[in-house]
Design a protein around this ligand. Structure first.
Ligand code: URA
Length: 435
């Protein structure tokens, strides 16, 4: 068995054995399979796909390159949530403390912004002092003391995914169901969880723009999760417009702070309550979704969820005073409105373009090593279906880079569609797959 033969077999649409997949992944990490060979393999998988057996073997091969956390000594079920990535998706920051405040242990390992999508880690790091680089021991201690911990992927957790993801990002092989499945599920299984709620995004701001592809992805993720003994449910949710009204690292934290006081936009609150309800049911804190949804609302209304967030942020080194008085946070130097160029209804938002505009403003990165600007981003004043008057502000951009203002305004203008008639409104939760 040589790397060449394995690539050729996949290129020709043949099924690889678990041994071949394991050999290839291991040899890549050992430096015996080169980046260009792995890139060819990834493209062959992208084009030819993989059978269920191959996807399971790839997930296992990834998993075996790192450690699996053992959380058995912590009492109770450990439940996490994972989103496949979107624009303005800040749910984790609101959701994890909420669910932990209801007694479910939440070990959350999050990622950074990727392409047009934002990442929870970048958002958390916009809070002064918030430490996301933790050792496994620190992570476990936080879970023991607070029932919640939020950190980034470490060298010990699925190193194969870290290296392979970087190649996928630059070889146009991200949007592959087998590759996404192995990438997400290996990391989640390595967390030592008992159950997982997946938020599979669908639409112009998601990696899967069509419902049937997103459904296929959700089924693949659930199938692999079950094979590894995890309880997994999936919500397919709308990403044809950004979630909430704020995009950008600190701006999104600010919107979550509103959420902790029950004052965030409706779509953000509704999705948070729904995902929380699934986590509470999986964590056996509620018998049914309706009851769990009520528990979630009560956790916000009583201030318990916010207290848990402050407790966690303090334990992870953050300056909590800024979370209590967010108005003290510095604001970007340039604030520029985009005004409606005609009257009508905002009927479409090309969400990937909006995400890329946020990246250009400084909120995301073009290369993995780029820094992000915590203050950059935008605030939406109008969402799909809203009526607009000519000259009315649709949004405000915020940046510290004067040179990007003009191209970004133009890009955003092209990303928004105003029509004479109102659009048909899409539901936020499109589908739920519970088994
Ligand atoms: N998120 C991941 O962690 N991996 C993917 O492949 C896509 C989204």
């Amino acid at each position: 068995m040589t790397p060449y033969e394995i690539i050729a077999r996949k290129r020709d649409g043949r099924e690889l054995s678990a041994e071949e997949i394991q050999f290839f992944v291991r040899a890549f990490l050992a430096g015996e399979v080169k980046d260009y060979q792995m890139s060819a393999f990834l493209m062959a998988v992208f084009v030819r796909g993989m059978t269920d057996r191959e996807v399971s073997a790839l997930t296992r091969a990834y998993l075996e390159t790192g450690d699996v956390m053992d959380l058995c000594d912590l009492p109770g079920l450990k439940i996490d949530k994972h989103s496949t990535g979107g624009v303005g998706d800040k749910v984790s920051i609101l959701l994890a403390p909420l669910v932990a405040s209801c007694g479910v242990v939440v070990p959350m390992i999050s990622g950074r912004g990727l392409g047009h999508t934002g990442g929870t880690l970048d958002k958390l790091e916009s809070i002064p002092g918030f430490k996301t680089r933790l050792s496994v021991q620190e992570f476990k201690k936080l879970l023991k003391d607070h029932g919640l911990a939020m950190m980034g992927q470490t060298e010990e957790i699925v190193p194969a995914d870290k290296r392979i993801y970087a190649l996928r990002d630059v070889t146009a092989t991200v949007e592959s169901i087998p590759l996404i499945t192995a990438s997400i599920m290996s990391k989640k299984i390595a967390e030592g969880i008992d159950g997982l709620v997946l938020d599979v995004k669908v639409g112009s701001g998601a990696f899967m723009s069509e419902l049937n592809r997103a459904r296929e992805l959700a089924r693949s993720l659930i199938r692999v999760g079950k094979e590894f003994g995890k309880q997994v449910v999936a919500c397919l949710t709308n990403m044809d417009q950004p979630l909430g009204n704020k995009i950008g690292n600190w701006l999104e934290v600010e919107e979550c702070l509103d959420g902790f006081h029950g004052k965030a936009p409706q779509d953000l609150m509704d999705l948070t309550y729904r995902l929380a309800a699934h986590m509470l049911v999986l964590g056996r804190k509620a018998g049914a979704l309706e009851e769990a949804q009520e528990m979630s609302r009560a956790a916000i209304a009583s201030g318990r969820a916010f207290q848990k967030f402050l407790e966690l942020a303090g334990a992870q080194g953050a300056d909590v005073s800024v979370l209590e008085k967010p108005e003290a946070y510095p604001v970007a130097r340039f604030r520029v409105p985009l005004e409606a160029w005609k009257a009508g209804y905002l009927s479409r938002m090309h969400t990937r373009e909006i995400g890329l505009a946020a990246v250009e403003l400084g909120a995301g990165r073009l290369r993995a090593e780029d820094p992000v600007d915590a203050q950059a981003g935008m605030i939406l004043f109008k969402k799909v279906g809203n009526q607009v008057q000519k000259g009315e502000p649709l949004l405000e951009i915020r940046t510290n880079k004067e040179t990007v203002i003009e191209p970004v305004v133009q890009r955003l203008k092209n990303a928004l569609v105003i029509t004479e008639h109102p659009p048909v409104q899409q539901p936020l939760v499109l589908e739920e797959i519970l088994r």
